[in-house]
Design a protein. Structure first.
Length: 567
């Protein structure tokens, strides 16, 4: 089922007066599911009411027990109320889990759908740490909150109806309870901003910690070869971890202080009811036991309500972070709105792809230019094999990403057979290309290939000497834990199975042994040419340059055609 392209605002909705107003949890759930839950609220209210009714029933039963007999009618009422309470509470908690599961699943799929539509350079600027943190930790926080909010909501209903019972017992005790609750609530509102600030700051530090972990995993070879770099990276992670720890601890201390403070308030209330009220209210001793029991009965629900408040601060931060991420993705999506992902334009029978005055710039967050390629003016013709050569840092890989449409040029135009490729047709243009780039990723399944010629696939595994390393079983490869050269060979097999008009092979032969290197240049490239494919090879293997129809040299961001004799 297609995922709806919904534009979401940040957790601080924008209003006509220009002021930001944080959304409530209820509004968040209603916004994400676009449903009303009045029936669920009704059943939750029944659960709270029956819980409060149990208090009155138990007190009534205690009176009859004190007289030396058990009232069968009260006992039956107790069983009915208990059964109704258990059913309603379980129903509400199960429904809350399903609702929050639906919410988090919907948010996850919507974010991932927008991620896959984004441009490569936009995602590179965002960074993996932010994306992974938002779509894992924050969604887990929201899902974890579902049973807590169900308990707190039912507890609130139970407390509300218990207050009526307490009003019947003692108006003075009720006033004391309400006054102490308001005092504790105001104190929490004062503390909430502090707690939320700690949570937000700690979340940002956790993003930095994820980035540090990515550096260790992705740059493992580099840090193992450089003890100074290894130690410096660990030192930075240690500092960031310490800052995250301090923020989490300070937020925890603030939450703990409030929790203890709220309990002090409750016990002060009980002490006042037991030790003070009997001296000022002559009739109070008659209901002292019932009143104390009612307060104790409500204590559990009140503690649930109080205990959920610090977690609510985490949820508010999680919601804001998720909507902030989605807001950034929406901005990217808006810039890409002109690209038609379902365009039926077919460029596969091209005769020539031409770059005309193409420029591309890498810029930092301040917009300062860090590296540029261009102007690029060259043509790539059908059925030819072109080698792109040049030193490290000359811009070869960047040029390849612009050629394939992964990077969007900032100026100039790409023409296919003298027709400018419009922005709307970039998705169709990208479909021309397959290949193995220098930072390729191996998928365990052949996504996008519903009808797989397994005989041909297995033949390629045998030719590439991978048949004893991995197999294609039940629609997936059994093993991807391969050496660098073996991974490149498997990536090439997958690319060849896709049967694209143009193949881009960026330093594919570099990790191969001499046998496979020779086989690649002299056999695979020749077979691709016979099959009518256009091939672009980024290479440093000058002993094989004679195989190319053309040599294109990248130097300081410029691309020029070069004769072999000039090298």
């Amino acid at each position: 089922m297609p995922i709806p392209r919904i534009k979401r605002q940040s957790a601080t909705d924008s209003h006509g007066n220009g002021q930001g107003k944080p959304i409530s949890l209820l509004e968040f759930v209603r916004r994400e599911t676009q449903e009303n839950y009045y029936g669920l609220f009704a059943i939750g209210s029944v659960s709270g009411i029956t819980s409060a009714a149990l208090l009155a029933i138990i007190n009534a039963g205690a009176e009859t027990a004190d007289m030396g007999y058990v009232n069968f009618r009260i006992f039956m009422l107790f069983l009915i109320a208990m059964a109704l309470f258990v059913y309603c509470k379980r129903y509400v908690m199960n429904q809350c889990s399903m609702i929050f599961g639906k919410v988090t699943n919907g948010i996850y799929l919507r974010h991932v759908d927008k991620l896959r539509r984004a441009n490569m350079q936009d995602l590179e600027k965002m960074g993996e740490g932010v994306i992974y943190s938002r779509l894992t930790k924050e969604l887990q926080n929201i899902m974890f909150f579902s049973p807590l909010v169900a308990d707190a909501a039912q507890g609130a209903v139970m407390v509300a109806f218990s207050l009526f019972y307490l009003y019947y017992l003692s108006k003075v005790a009720l006033l004391l309870l309400v006054g102490m609750t308001i005092f504790a609530g105001l104190f929490f509102l004062h503390k909430q901003k502090e707690i939320t600030g700690y949570v937000a700051a700690a979340t940002q530090k956790e993003v930095e910690l994820f980035d540090g972990l990515s550096h260790i995993l992705d740059g493992f070879k580099e840090i193992k070869l450089n003890r100074a770099k290894n130690a410096a990276l660990m030192g930075q992670i240690d500092v960031t971890a310490g800052e995250a720890r301090d923020l989490n601890v300070r937020g925890g201390l603030a939450s703990n202080f409030y929790f203890v403070f709220s309990q002090v308030c409750f016990y002060t209330l009980l002490g006042s009811i037991v030790f003070v009220l009997p001296h000022f209210v002559p009739t109070y001793p008659e209901v002292a036991i019932k009143t104390t029991m009612a307060i104790l009965f409500m204590m559990s629900a009140l503690e649930q309500m109080v205990g959920v408040l610090p977690h609510y601060a985490n949820i508010r931060v999680a919601i804001d972070n998720l909507y902030q991420l989605e807001s950034e993705l929406d901005e990217i999506d808006e810039r890409n709105r002109g690209i038609d992902p379902d365009s039926d334009t077919d460029y596969s029978n091209f005769a020539e792809i031409r770059f005309e005055d193409i420029h591309f710039h890498y810029k930092d967050e301040a917009g300062i230019n860090l590296f540029s390629i261009g102007p690029l003016d060259f043509a790539l013709r059908q059925h030819e094999t072109a080698f792109v050569i040049g030193g490290n840092g000359s811009g070869k890989s960047t040029m390849i990403k612009v050629l394939t449409g992964l990077y969007l040029p900032e100026s100039g135009s790409i023409r296919v057979d003298n027709r400018v490729v419009p922005f709307a047709h970039y998705a169709a243009y990208r479909d021309l290309f397959g290949g193995v780039l220098n930072d390729f990723h191996l998928f365990d399944r052949l996504y996008g290939l519903p009808d797989i010629d397994e005989e041909r696939l297995n033949e390629w595994l045998r030719i590439m000497q991978l048949d004893d390393k991995t197999s294609f079983v039940d629609g997936r490869f059994t093993n991807l834990d391969l050496s660098t050269g073996q991974r490149a060979r498997l990536a090439l097999i997958i690319t060849l199975m896709e049967d694209k008009p143009i193949y881009i092979l960026d330093e594919w032969a570099a990790p191969q042994d001499p046998e496979f290197r020779q086989y690649f240049y002299e056999v695979i490239l020749a077979d691709l040419k016979k099959a009518g494919k256009t091939v672009v090879v980024v290479s440093h293997d000058d002993r094989y340059f004679h195989i190319a129809d053309r040599l294109l040299k990248m130097e300081y961001g410029q691309l020029v055609e070069t004769e072999r004799d000039a090298l």
